[in-house]
Design a protein around this ligand. Structure first.
Ligand SMILES: *[C@@H]1O[C@H](CO)[C@@H](O)[C@H](O)[C@H]1NC(C)=O
Length: 397
């Protein structure tokens, strides 16, 4: 029920267009010449699940489930404090409307720090680097991510960051800065993907994950070493690597988004007006917004401003006309919200619970981007100013 809108939303992400691979044909043929090595890697996988909250634990446990009978796989979980204490004794239980399952304590590879993870191998794999690091934290902790994942990275490692908002530019910059401090160049991994989880999943208590609706994961490329790009260009190898990871994970509907920036903005066309107003108005449900004539008008104004910013940003980043967002998206988002009932947005829940709110990457970044692009967005900016007032008032950082 909660995530119905996002499921419908995800279906719309499928009309995509392609960003070119930045690589020469020689490099591409070199990649396919290494086919034997790639095949070998498919049966030998090391995967780190970092920030195993409700969303990370769910996808991590599903990946573990898909590889449980593979002798060459190692799926490791980073679990802190009481979560580590509990899960090392009791394992992880997932109750899911796609089928319940558990990771028994004796099967669970749990580590209290990523340093411990990096040092530990149970010897199942023929290589000691991680093929994948799957990182899922609230965007309020984005600046902790580089320190957290650094011990796990190698030039062969692909990173999937399942988080909210316009996070990729900062994340890549933070990773570069972190390496620069050590006199190193680059981002330090093979690729970074941004993931958008269309899921309703809660961690009821340590080791107890409850997945009640949705489950679709949409991801696109933010950084590709093979394409030599941190502006969303990617190579066929980037797409096949993530499809290779998720295609055996049959309970998770996975969709590759060709243009991650477009995917992020598309979600913003819902998030900015509806999460934004639900919070700016003091924590109201979505039905209140769509049923009040003034708030409905205001939501449309924010939708239109968001689409303007999105399209200016997409064009600046080389998108084609047919990739732009338009009237269909505008109506789709309002229709979605009309059908949503008394839905509580995550920002509204955080506001009422007085928990850190995802303001910067979910809301403020969009306004900053608008200013940078000279796109007026007075209604959006007003809503964001109001949200930030609550954030300061209750110290929700
Ligand atoms: C899955 O687990 C939940 C919570 O423990 C339980 O209520 C439900 O009956 C289980 N479903 C199945 C099919 O076993």
């Amino acid at each position: 029920m909660l995530m119905k809108q996002l499921i419908i939303a995800a279906a719309l992400l499928s009309h995509q267009s392609l960003l070119a691979c930045g690589f020469s044909t020689e490099v591409k043929s070199a990649t396919s010449a290494a086919g034997a090595a790639v095949n070998h890697k498919q049966t030998s996988k090391r995967i780190a699940i970092v920030g195993a909250g409700a969303v990370g634990s769910y996808y991590g446990a599903r990946i573990w489930e898909s590889l449980r009978d593979q002798p060459n796989a190692e799926v490791m979980f980073h679990l802190r404090n009481e979560h580590y204490e509990y899960c090392t004794k009791n394992g992880i239980d997932v109750s899911s409307y796609h089928g319940n399952f558990s990771i028994q304590a004796e099967e669970l590879l749990a580590y209290p720090t990523t340093e411990d993870m990096a040092k530990s191998s149970i010897g199942n794999s023929d290589h000691d680097y991680f093929d994948w690091v799957i990182c899922s934290l609230k965007s309020t902790s984005l600046d902790d991510v580089p320190t957290l994942i650094e011990p796990l990275l190698s030039p062969e490692t692909r990173v999937l960051v399942i988080m909210n908002g316009l996070i990729e530019d900062d994340l890549i910059q933070f990773l570069r800065d972190r390496r620069k401090e050590r006199g190193l160049d680059g981002v330090g991994c093979k690729a970074i993907y941004g993931g958008m989880a269309l899921i309703c999943s809660n961690r009821l208590s340590p080791g107890k994950i409850d997945h009640s609706f949705g489950g679709k994961l949409v991801a696109g490329v933010a950084y590709s070493a093979d394409a030599n790009s941190d502006r969303g260009k990617w190579c066929p190898s980037d797409k096949s690597a993530i499809l290779d990871l998720f295609s055996p994970v049959t309970p998770v509907p996975f969709e590759f988004e060709d243009n991650l920036l477009r995917g992020r903005w598309w979600k913003n066309v819902w998030n900015l007006p509806f999460s934004g107003l639900s919070c700016a108005m003091g924590g109201i449900t979505v039905d209140k917004i769509v049923n009040d004539p003034g708030l409905r008008r205001l939501a449309y104004k924010i939708i239109d401003e968001t689409i303007d910013i999105a399209n200016a940003d997409l064009l600046r980043n080389g998108a084609s006309e047919k990739e732009l967002l338009g009237e269909d998206t505008r109506e789709e988002m309002m229709t979605l919200s009309d059908g949503m009932g008394a839905y509580k947005t995550s920002t509204m829940l955080d506001y009422h619970a007085r928990k850190p709110m995802e303001v910067k990457y979910l809301f403020r970044k969009a306004v900053d981007r608008a200013k940078d692009l000279n796109v007026p967005c007075p209604h959006l900016e007003t809503a964001v100013d109001m949200i930030e007032y609550y954030q300061r008032l209750y110290d929700l950082y």
